[in-house]
Design a protein around this ligand. Sequence first.
Ligand SMILES: [Zn+2]
Ligand SMILES: [Zn+2]
Ligand SMILES: [Zn+2]
Ligand SMILES: [Zn+2]
Length: 271
Amino acid sequence: MAAVMNQCEICFKDGILSTAVMYCVNCKHPLCKTCLTNHSKFRAIKGHKMLPVDEISKIPDFVRNYDEFCIDHSDEKREYLCTEHKKCICFECLKDQHKTCTSVCKITEVTLETELHSEIETFRKQVLIIDELAGKLIDSFPEDVVVLQKKILSAQDQLKNLISKLQSSLHRCETQFKAKVSTMCEQIKLDMKKCKIIRESTVKRSQELNEFVKYGDNFKIFIKLEELKSENIEDEKLLHEINNKTHRTEVSFTISQPDFENLFSCSFRSH
Ligand SMILES: [Zn+2]
Ligand SMILES: [Zn+2]
Ligand SMILES: [Zn+2]
Ligand SMILES: [Zn+2]
């Protein structure tokens, strides 16, 4: 075929070699000057698209091989437009899958003449709209990522802040509790010391009395005894006071469980 591309196909069929000057896109063959003139005389094919012969090789394969025929009915051209399915279909499809579709129209020469231009315009507008919207989204996404990353940082800050407050609060509590209990321990040691001293003094007083009983006269014994009794009363009073401190170990430490579930909340809006 390529060899005869620069030959008029109509003349070639008649066994004549004529140099082609134009290529009819619709009829898909090259035409010589004479056949071109004849070709333009027919009304039905007047609107055929002509290309200079040297442009034939430039026709892309995807344009040349684009199938106008139906996939399911290979001998039927897809010459109907179903607006409901936004699809070009063949006559067989029209009678079959699209038989209930209400807006189907035939693609005629008139349709092509009147609507092709505006359809191309519609397509170009669609492309512009898609391009603009996609561009807008693409431009806004990096900013969205920045916003989300800032939210991560903010959440981390808040959690760190909470943890540090909690730590210092626990530390303060621990320190106060330790200090209080230590004071109580010191008091117990002090009381223990007092008890030991009282015990020693009592022993000493008994020994003293024994010496008075052994070597003193009754009068001396009597007044010494009053002195020692009075000291005993003081010591006994002191012991009772210490003994009455029933709350010596009455201290407790408890942690009330925080409401962890409601400590923080995350909310995500989903579409
Ligand atoms: Zn010819
Ligand atoms: Zn033609
Ligand atoms: Zn079909
Ligand atoms: Zn349909």
